[in-house]
Design a protein around this ligand. Sequence first.
Ligand SMILES: [Zn+2]
Ligand SMILES: [Zn+2]
Length: 706
Amino acid sequence: MVDLQQVRIVVDAPQHSGLTGPLDYTSEHPLAPGSLVRVPLGRRDVAGLVWPAVQPDSTPDALPAAPALPITLRAVQQVVRSLPPLSPRWCELVSFTAAYYQRSIGEVALSVLPPELRKLDDAQLRRRIDRLRRALLPDSLPEVALPGLRGVPAASAEQAQVLAQLDALRTAQQSPVVLLHGATGSGKTEVYLRAAEQVLAAGRQVLVLVPEINLTPQLEARFAERFGAAPTPRRIVSLHSGLTPAQRLRHWLAAHLGLADLVLGTRLAVFASLPRLGLIVVDEEHDPSYKQQEGARYSARDLAVYRGRLEQATVLLGSATPSLESWQRAEEGRYTRLAMPSRIGSGALPRVRLVDMNQLPRSGSSQALSPQLVAALQQRIERGEQSLVFLNRRGYAPVLHCGACGWKSACPHCSAWRVFHKLDRSLRCHHCGFTQAVPRACPDCGNTDIAPIGRGTERLEEQLAQVLPEARVARIDADSTRLKGSLQAQLGAVHAGEVDVLVGTQMIAKGHDFRRITLVAAVNPDSALFSSDFRAPERLFALLLQAAGRAGRDAAQAARSEMWVQTWHPQHALYAALRRHDFAAFAASQLAEREMAGLPPYSHLALLRAEARSATAARDFLRAASEIGTASAGSAVVAFYPPVPASVARVANVERMQMLIEAPSRVMLQRVLAGWLPQLHALRNERRGADERILRWAVDVDPLAI
Ligand SMILES: [Zn+2]
Ligand SMILES: [Zn+2]
C-alpha cells in the first residue's frame, strides 16, 4: 500500500471565497515547497503551489492535529517537475504580501506568476525550458540588441563618495536600505550601474524597478550598453505588462532558472523569482505607479524593502524627491540617506521663475499664457533651443457651457464633466468612456453659442501655435499616444530637434532625458495646493521638481535653463521651497503638518471602499462595517471615520463611497483588519435586497490617494 503524504497547496481563490490559506491534499511522494502542481478544486482542475509549513511562532494557537488520512482529502493530479520549485524566501514574500494587504495567499501567488505557467502541462513547459536553455547558451547572443560598447565614464566626486559609503554599508550590514537622494541630472543611474556591477561580480542577481513601462527601453539600453558585451556579458531581461504572454514566460523563466543576471521591470517585477538576488534598485521611489490599484493593492517599493531583508540583499531607493515616508525613515535612521546634490558636469539646476498671474491685465482667454512666458518661449525658438510646456489636463477644454441657460456637458453616468476634444469634435467622459459628438446647439435651450470653459493640452497646443506662428509645436499625452509605437516616434522627433515647443501632461515631465530643452513651464499647477487629498502638495512638488529636471540636462546649456511656474499664489511655501530647489525644507514643513494632523507617516491608514447602485446602500454597508469594527477592535486608538463619497462619487452609474481607518501603528492596524475583514464577507452576503446590495468592496492598506 502506498503511504500518502499530506501536502498544503495554495490555489487562486478570491478572498471572499473564504479560502484564504493553503488547502490540504495528498500526494504519493513528498513534494518540495514551491513546486507547481495541478489539483482538483470543486469540479475544476486548477494550478497550485505547494506551500511551506507554517512557522510555529506565527500561529499563536496550537495547530490542530492533522486529520486522519485519507478521509476527505483529494490527491494532487500532476506535479510540474520541469519547473524547479520557487524558493522559501519567495513564498515568504507572497505570504507577507497576502497578510499585509489582506488578500488570500493563493490569489497573490498565482497572480504574480506568468499566466502561461498555469496553462502549460509538465511536458510543454519542459520543452519551453529546454529551448530557452539552448537559446541562452553562454556563447549565444544576449536577449537585447547591443548598441555597441562605449567607454565607461569616470565617476564624479559625489558618485564616488556615495559608492564608497554604499560599499562600507554593505560590509557592515547584511541588508542595508539606502535612500539615494540625488538631484535631477546628478547621475543616479551611474550609481545604480556601478552598484550592480559589484553585485554581479559577486555572482548575484540584480533587480531594477522603474515606475513606468515607457521608461524601461531607455534604462534597458544603458544597462545593456554597460553589461551586455565582453569581457563578462550579462544577460538582461525585462518584466512588465507590455510583454506578450510568451515573452513574459521566457523572461520570467530566465530569471527563475538563474540564466538572467539583471531583471528590469515595473512594479510587478518585485515578485520576480531570483534565486541569487543581491541588489534591488527602486528608481524614482516616490512615484505613485509603484502602488498596485486593484486586487492586492501592494506597494512594490515597500515590498522591495521587505524583500531585501528576506534575501539579505541591498535595497537602493533613488529619487530627487523622495516620498515623505522614505524621507522620514531616513530621518529616524532606519534607512541610510546618501546625497548627491549637484548636477553632473557642474551643470547648474534650472532657475525657477514664478509668474504672478494676479499682476496680469484681465483680458479673457489670453490669460492661459502670460506675455513674459510667451517672450521667453520666443527667445528659445530664436536660439534654436527647445521648450516643454505642461498642463495636467488632456483634451481641449474640461467642460462645454451654454451661456444662455447654464447647461454644462455633464456625463449622464458619472458625477463628472465630459471633456471637449476638438480634434474629433467629441465630448468624452474620462471616467466611464461615454462619448458623443459635440451638439450643434445647447441640448436644453437650443442656443447655438456653446463655448468651452478652461483648457486642456489640445487647447494649449492651439494657443501656442497662435502666439508662436513660426514654432513647431507638438503635443504628447494619452490621446496623442494611443497607437502602439506612437510615443516612441514622438519622443524621437523631440530628440531629433524637429520640435520647438513640446506640450503635454505629466507624462512628459517624468524621467525622459531631453538634451536640448532649456525651458520648462507649468501653466496652471495651483489646484493641487488646495486639494482635499493630503498628499497632493507632495505630488505637486515632486512633479514640478522632476519637470524642472528636464531642463538643461546638457551641461553646456544648463546655465541658462529655466523653470517657469504661472501661479495665482506666488507666496505659497511650496513655491518658495521650489525656487531654492530645497526638498529638505519642503519635506520638513510637510512632515510637521502631517505630525500635527496625525497623518502618515505618523499614523497608518486603510481605506474601505464600497460600490453600489445607490449611495445609501454603499453608505449603509460602510456604517454597518464601522460598527462591527469599532465593537471588535475593542480599542479606542483605532479610529473608524464616517463614510464619505469618493472623489468622483459616481462612475458608470455606480455610486462609490469610502471610509478611512486610522491606527497609530502598523501592527495595530493589521490586527484590527485581520479580525474585521472576514466579518465583512458575511455582512455583504446578508445584504441581498435590491436596495442594499453591494456590488464590490475592497480594502486598500496604505492608500495613496484618499
Ligand atoms: Zn442652453
Ligand atoms: Zn462617465
